[in-house]
Design a protein around this ligand. Structure first.
Ligand code: 3MF
Ligand code: MG
Length: 364
């Protein structure tokens, strides 16, 4: 048997947040980036995920030399703390020029802004010693279908990705699909869409995906199967593990909080495919509940990581022989019961497919 994966974890500074939601303001005071970085290693995280403006605040108002200088400072802050940048993602949803989307805006100058912002993100990533850029295409979609030509929109997304690949021969692009929110419908809603665009691009070896559990659930799909699909294509570059209780706003709950069995199956798929052995991070994209006090600001990160590691143990201690026997017998009821009991910590002997009362007496 190959050696057990030693998982490395990552998250982005936005995961330590102040609790504002669309209905109420912040309830905790903010921490600086440097303060947040101080917590990574003690919490058991080595990788830092960034938006371009998490690294360089006010990026649009700065000269290229100022952007470079700030990126180098943040890179040094990482080195000082034994951390690495996992990726940088352009924030393409905040500026007024992205109101109608970036790559797919109906306005040519807005599209030019979006491309330029992506190229500056690549510059920042380079300074941060990472070749990886994530595209969460927040506003590439529509509120009403008549607003944009969807076929042209797909072509524009592809064109922009190709320009990014051309700009830097080293850059990798990881698409993070999400089906809705803020848009009614997004153009790249699932990993299947992302991978199709990857193959269509000018260098498919440098385009892959990042799967967020909640985003798959919002698309009505099973996150473990979505991950398996990407893994089968060699295109699962990162994950945003979290949880989501049904079809509502994007909740970013702690990993396993709504559906422990689904979390177990995500860990199982990752572990079985050797995810993490090629340097991939286990990324979390979780939001702490608004109720929590200042001193709890990182509890959801520690808890999600801990849940992941407990589930790794569950995957490693599954009775594979019993599972195989039950699969061969096509006794999925017993397999279901065994899985639940394994998760509950009930001893295996308590599970049997022959629990039916003898029917001989009744002659059936
Ligand atoms: C939105 C998200 C985002 C992305 C992040 C990096 C706030 O639903 O999940 O997190 O993950 O912007 O691309
Ligand atoms: Mg995410």
């Amino acid at each position: 048997m190959s050696e057990a994966t030693k998982y490395r974890f990552s998250f982005g500074p936005w995961n330590i947040s102040e609790g504002a939601d669309p209905f109420g303001p912040e309830v905790r005071s903010p921490y600086s980036l440097e303060e947040k970085l101080d917590w990574y290693l003690p919490l058991g995280f080595e990788g830092v995920q960034f938006h371009d403006d998490d690294v360089v605040e006010g990026i649009d108002g700065l000269k290229p030399s100022q952007v470079t200088k700030r990126a180098q400072e943040v890179c040094q802050s990482l080195k000082d703390r034994g951390l690495v940048a996992e990726f940088v993602a352009p924030r393409l949803w905040f500026d007024p020029k992205t109101i109608d989307g970036g790559f797919t805006s109906n306005c040519a100058t807005d599209r030019a802004y979006a491309l330029d912002r992506c190229l500056r993100t690549i510059d920042i990533a380079r300074e941060m010693d990472t070749p990886n850029v994530v595209l969460w295409l927040a506003r590439e979609g529509t509120y009403i279908r008549e607003a944009k030509n969807a076929r042209v929109a797909y072509e524009r997304i592809l064109e922009t990705i190709n320009k990014m690949l051309d700009y830097d021969p080293e850059v990798n692009i990881w698409i993070e699909p999400k089906p809705n929110e803020p848009m009614d419908h997004a153009y790249l809603p699932t990993i299947g869409h992302a991978i199709a665009i990857a193959y269509q691009s000018s260098d498919p070896t440098r385009v892959g995906g990042l799967i967020e559990s909640a985003h798959a659930i919002l698309a009505g799909l099973d996150p473990a199967d979505e991950m398996a699909f990407a893994l089968a294509h060699g295109k699962l570059c990162s994950v945003h593990l979290n949880d989501q209780n049904g079809l509502k706003f994007d909740q970013d709950k702690s990993f396993g909080s709504a559906n422990l069995r689904s979390a177990y199956n995500q860990v199982r798929v990752l572990e079985e495919a050797g995810y993490g052995k090629r340097g991939e991070f286990v990324g979390l994209d979780v939001k702490i509940m608004r109720t929590q006090k200042q001193s709890d600001s990182t509890a959801h990160l520690a808890n999600s990581r801990d849940t992941f590691l407990h589930l790794v143990e569950k995957v490693r201690t599954v009775d594979r022989k019993l599972e195989q026997e039950l699969i061969e017998a096509r006794d999925y009821e017993a397999l279901d019961a065994y899985t639940l009991r394994h998760l509950l910590g009930v001893p295996t002997e308590a599970v049997s497919s022959s629990q039916q009362p003898a029917l001989a007496a009744s002659g059936k």
